[in-house]
Design a protein around this ligand. Structure first.
Ligand SMILES: NC(=O)c1ccc[n+]([C@@H]2O[C@H](COP(=O)([O-])OP(=O)(O)OC[C@H]3O[C@@H](n4cnc5c(N)ncnc54)[C@H](OP(=O)(O)O)[C@@H]3O)[C@@H](O)[C@H]2O)c1
Length: 265
């Protein structure tokens, strides 16, 4: 299926690895020009080089910046999709907040989580959607988490901040932007095989003294699909949500979790 977005420009945040990189790869494979943002320059440069090789017909640019800071966002937005153009697609993503006990979190921890997982996506959306609406096409996909539907107690910072974003998106997606070709959706990962998941499992292994593969196996068995998702699968869903075919999907929370969420709705 031709997704109909060849030649568009996408800003993909948190894109040197994992789910963000999966989204950037899938979009570039559809002929979308992509600007990748991540903090670490080495992994970012490697991702940009690999993507240029894989998708020679598109422009691939990297911005080494912390997207959760005003300076980082300014640097990313300054690229503005290249001369004479602007971003048609925004994929919001950044690292998730650390786990812990809510009794230990003070205002600073909450502000950090809100900045990263709620206010940064809102700031970027604010900067880009009116231009998208003027041009009659726009796609915003926020990478959130399955924890928005089924919260995990030790991830209270994530549950809270991402639910705030989810409530905001539910409203803005149904605003007059919807009549101007701009869709806003959230894509909710369950367990995907990325660095983040591996680090979490290594942490559990060192805490419990169990073998990391045994921990991974036990986790896979809790998922009806009996496996972790891949960044490529995640990217393909993101690219579809950004396609011309998904113009009637807005304000939705699309869960990709191999059936892990047990509810009917
Ligand atoms: N993987 C899963 O199973 C899973 C499940 C539920 C939710 N999630 C959520 O999905 C998101 C992506 O997860 P992932 O598994 O793809 O993580 P990952 O493999 O650790 O990749 C995260 C990417 O984001 C970049 N990044 C992190 N913080 C950033 C910042 N402040 N500014 C710019 N770039 C930043 C990282 O590069 P730098 O570190 O160099 O900046 C890296 O490229 C996270 O919010 C995570 O909590 C993941």
């Amino acid at each position: 299926m031709d997704l109909g977005i060849k030649g568009k420009w996408a800003l993909v945040c948190g894109a040197s690895k994992g789910l963000g990189l999966g989204c950037a790869q899938a979009l570039a494979a559809e002929g979308v020009n992509v600007v990748l943002v991540a903090r670490g320059a080495a992994a970012l440069d490697a991702a940009v080089a690999a993507l240029r090789e894989a998708a020679p017909g598109v422009s691939v640019l990297g911005v080494a910046a912390d997207i959760t800071t005003p300076e980082g966002r300014a640097a990313a937005l300054a690229v503005a999709g290249g001369p004479g153009t602007a971003f048609d697609i925004l994929v919001n993503n950044a690292g998730g907040p650390p786990p812990g006990d809510f009794r230990a979190w003070e205002r600073d921890e909450w502000i950090k989580a809100l900045d990263a997982n709620m206010l940064t996506p809102i700031e970027l959306l604010k900067a880009l959607v009116d231009g998208m609406a003027q041009r009659g096409f726009g796609r915003v996909v926020n990478i959130t988490s399955g924890a928005v539907k089924a919260p995990i107690d030790i991830l209270g910072l994530s549950n809270g901040a991402r639910s705030g974003l989810t409530g905001f998106v539910a409203g803005v997606a149904r605003s007059p932007l919807a009549g101007k070709g701009v869709t806003v959706n959230n894509l909710l990962p369950g367990a995907f095989d990325t660095d983040r998941l591996r680090v979490t499992m290594e942490g559990a292994a060192s805490k419990t003294g169990r073998d990391v593969e045994a921990i991974a196996d036990a986790r896979r068995k809790t998922i009806p699909a009996q496996r972790f998702g891949t960044p490529q699968e995640f990217g393909a869903i993101c690219a579809f949500l950004c396609s011309v075919h998904a113009g009637y999907i807005t304000g939705q929370n699309v869960l990709a979790d191999g059936g892990a969420y047990p509810g009917t709705f």
